[in-house]
Design a protein around this ligand. Sequence first.
Ligand SMILES: Nc1nc2c(ncn2[C@@H]2O[C@H](COP(=O)(O)OP(=O)(O)OP(=O)(O)O)[C@@H](O)[C@H]2O)c(=O)[nH]1
Ligand SMILES: O=C([O-])CC(=O)C(=O)O
Ligand SMILES: [Mn+2]
Length: 582
Amino acid sequence: MQNRKLSAWVDEVADQTRPDRVVFCDGSEAENRTLIQGMLSDGTLLALDGERYPNCYLHRSDPTDVARTEHLTFICTRDKEDAGPTNNWMSPDEASQRVGRLFDGAMKGRTMFVVPYLMGPVGSPSAKVGIEITDSPYVVASMRIMTRMGRVALDALGSSEDFCRGLHSLGDLSPERRFVCHFPAERLIWSVGSGYGGNALLGKKCFALRIASTMARDEGWFAEHMLILGLEDPGGRVTYVCAAFPSACGKTNLAMLVPPASQKGWKVWTVGDDIAWLRIGRDGRLWAINPEAGFFGVAPGTSSRTNPNALATLARNSIFTNVALTPEGTPWWEGFDGPVPPVLTDWRGRRWTPDSKEPAAHPNSRFTAPARQCPSISTEFDAAAGVPISAIVFGGRRARLAPLVCEARGWAHGVYLGATMASETTAAATGKVGVVRRDPMAMRPFCGYNMADYFRHWIELGENRAAFPKIFHVNWFRQSEAGALLWPGFGENLRVLRWIVARVRGEAKGHDTPVGIMPTDGELDTSGLGVNDEAMRELFAIDRDAWLEEARDREAFLESFGSRMPEALLRQNRDLMARIRA
Ligand SMILES: Nc1nc2c(ncn2[C@@H]2O[C@H](COP(=O)(O)OP(=O)(O)OP(=O)(O)O)[C@@H](O)[C@H]2O)c(=O)[nH]1
Ligand SMILES: O=C([O-])CC(=O)C(=O)O
Ligand SMILES: [Mn+2]
């Protein structure tokens, strides 16, 4: 190997972890076939029906290891304040003692894989190299789908010392010895005791968000938990939009949206479904690339009604994790097409019938599929410069309060809308589901530094930049008093995207409200939608008492960061209170 820093690190890790063999992954077809064969023979993977799902496999994870574990995820800076109140912190010394030692001899009897990967399109100035060392062949096969892996990454690296190191071991899979540690100063990640996606595929949340967000702070760009899509109008003009929704709140679905029949001539092109790296272009606009090459998508709820593009994408060369299995050897999950099968094998391998009390697929079961297989993949997916962004959309899952759509009054107000976002928790992370929590910019679990500094970075980067995107907030999940969803969502979300793009182009007037700019009567196309006027009113209703309570809660949240919180955001909150009271 020509790269000296890399070979020195590989030697050091092998000395510590004591694997039986070391394999340098080249990402080739042949290498992948060998890996898959190995996993089929030891039961790590099950082959699915080869006619209907060619080259597709099912993986069942340890039942205690099915989602990200935020309470076991740490930012290891010297100073605790630099991690901030939303992160768990561990000093680098303590991490060495408590976590570093778990790697001693951890790979005995196993193969150590060295996985070079590239985050971003080949040749893009925004692309970055990572190296993951892992003892999990499932991780290697998944990284091959999720990133540009192997030779291509080593070529991009050359002899450079500029790469992110990630060390991963399954350890003994015990939750007591499970840790995900980040050392931003060294661009280093340690993950032990979990084989689950967000904990183990280190290019994704660990590098592309937690480590990259600290690089972005230092270098003047953004690393965000955002989808990227292009909305093409009937005239063929494409407008690019980024959207940040918390985990399992609709990014994949919006990124692959198929317009309903009523929306003739409109088309959505998918650039990314989870992560965006955004840089200021020479033209002063924000340009986005998707650092990933695949989708690690939520399975439950995915059907030909809700997301036909996802179904087409995952039909070949895909790995399914913790879904149910039909007797025909095809994957199944709650919300799948057609009637519920009379008998299934559940995600843990047990017999399941519709009388069973638990869901057949784990609520956080996922598919890992190559992005290029997506029917709506954008022609700009591999574009080195990325795509120019005209709108940034924040959104959460909120049964009450948040309107269907509103627009910020300017950049600082937009940053405030993102910073005070809240959403109900989902099965994407272990813990209680359905609890409203603040999840600023959908980055609470993924920001690698103090979020007050992160807000400052957002405010400063966009100040006085006329060509920057407009900012919006959406909520597909508002409910009636009776608890029914008011908005049909999925393909119909196109109507909201259309209003957003009309605003960006100066083609819609909107009207001011205390919480932001909303569509004026007639601007949101509701023809053939099947939502009655009363429900449409409820979707935009502003309950002043509830909003005052919300503003007080936001104030407490912003103040919990102490003196590092930018005054501009506290001012935005005071202004909101004043407008509600007026
Ligand atoms: N009611 C409703 N549900 C939606 C909508 N969009 C997505 N969902 C559901 O929300 C769940 C998660 O959606 P995804 O699109 O996979 O979420 P994501 O934001 O990509 O999630 P991560 O991969 O965890 O970051 C799925 O069960 C979807 O069916 C919508 O517009 N309305
Ligand atoms: O990383 C994961 O495990 C899946 C994901 O996108 C998220 O949780 O936001
Ligand atoms: Mn995500």
